[in-house]
Design a protein around this ligand. Structure first.
Ligand SMILES: Nc1nc2c(ncn2[C@@H]2O[C@H](COP(=O)(O)OP(=O)(O)OP(=O)(O)O)[C@@H](O)[C@H]2O)c(=O)[nH]1
Ligand SMILES: [Mg+2]
Length: 326
């Protein structure tokens, strides 16, 4: 046979043909994909297997998430919640693995992830919650998926730079989200009633794969006005530091450290507030008494002279050290 199919492959194929249930078919197809020889001569067949597998998996019984009604919400933790969205197989789960201690299932066929899974990503001294999700695709329509996305603070839109259908898949994802009234890449909600806009980074993943760089150039050309673009390889780790920083920037936060008068700054975890917050917002977080009793504060930081006095309406800057006085 021209394609040099192995006995393992042929065995799996036989099982596929004899399979009665969807589960059996999926299992056999997965085995076929795992054992098919990888070369030019089988590329078409590989693509065909993936397509069939994705159809079957999409129609497979779902975990009972929607019935239980429990997973419509994803409890927020840390400084912000960022959802991983994108077409099937783009490497969302692999990215969660690379950036956090969570261990979602990663597989070479699409529709692997069936339920949300959170993990904490560290950036310097803050923790950002990432949530791995099933792919955004017409074959996987679950309202809870869109509820989780709508409730998030920001999104990483993950695409596969080695996928020849990259642009088409990306547009499909954006269109599905638009149907659910979620507009990625804007901070303002779209005009439709109940629509939301979600700050988004376009993450070009699989930078290590061949041909990835050309696709990256096209992607930049078409989307750089709409999204910040970060290129990474979840496999080799390339670009992940930039992605951590970009995710923090995306959330538009400031970190503020407090110190007691005459003492050194408190080096424990910072207070994290929305960019644009004022001194009074911090005071309220530190102790509610400060709301009425705060007289002034001193600031050590950015573009200020050491210990400069500021008023209640002072706008906080990332990495400010603040001494509150009553
Ligand atoms: N070469 C390369 N392969 C990658 C990279 N990231 C992920 N992959 C591979 O891409 C395939 C899909 O990865 P997943 O993380 O399961 O993709 P996903 O987006 O979670 O897929 P779904 O859950 O089906 O939506 C797996 O075979 C991964 O090993 C990468 O940076 N480089
Ligand atoms: Mg996945």
């Amino acid at each position: 046979m021209a394609a040099n199919l192995t006995p393992e492959y042929l065995e799996a194929e036989k099982r596929f043909k004899g399979a009665k249930t969807t589960d059996e078919k999926v299992e056999a197809l997965e085995q076929m994909l795992a054992t098919i020889p990888r070369h030019k001569g089988t590329e078409k067949l590989q693509a065909d297997l993936k397509r069939r597998l994705s159809k079957l998996r999409a129609g497979q019984q779902r975990p009972p998430v929607s019935r239980a009604g429990l997973m419509h919400r994803m409890e927020k933790e840390g400084a912000g919640q960022v959802v991983l969205v994108g077409p099937p197989n783009s490497g969302k789960s692999q990215l969660l693995r690379a950036l956090t201690r969570a261990a979602p299932e990663v597989a070479e066929y699409p529709f692997t992830t069936r339920a949300p899974l959170p993990g904490m990503m560290v950036f310097e001294d803050v923790q950002i919650q990432l949530v791995d999700l099933p792919p955004v695709h017409p074959d996987f329509f679950e309202t809870w998926l869109y509820q989780i996305i709508r409730n998030a603070d920001a999104a990483l839109l993950v695409v596969d730079l080695s996928d020849p259908d990259l642009l088409e898949d990306l547009e499909t994802t954006l269109a599905e989200l638009r149907k659910a009234k979620v507009e990625l890449g804007s901070t303002a909600p779209p005009n439709s009633v109940g629509g939301i806009g979600l700050r988004t980074i376009l993450v070009g993943n699989k930078l290590d794969a061949s041909g990835a760089v050309e696709d990256l150039e096209i992607l930049k050309e078409l989307y750089r006005d709409r999204f910040p673009i970060v290129q990474v390889s979840a496999n080799t780790g390339e670009g992940l530091e930039q992605l951590r920083r970009a995710s923090f920037d995306l959330l538009a936060l400031v970190r503020v450290y407090t110190k007691a008068p005459g003492k050194k700054q408190d080096l424990t975890a910072p207070y994290v507030l929305k960019r644009g917050s004022h001194l009074m917002d911090l005071a309220a977080m530190v102790h509610h008494d400060f709301l009425t009793q705060l007289k002034f504060a001193r600031v050590w930081g950015h573009g200020r002279f050491e210990g400069q006095m500021v008023n209640r309406d002072y706008q906080l800057v990332d990495k400010d050290v603040i001494e509150l006085h009553r």
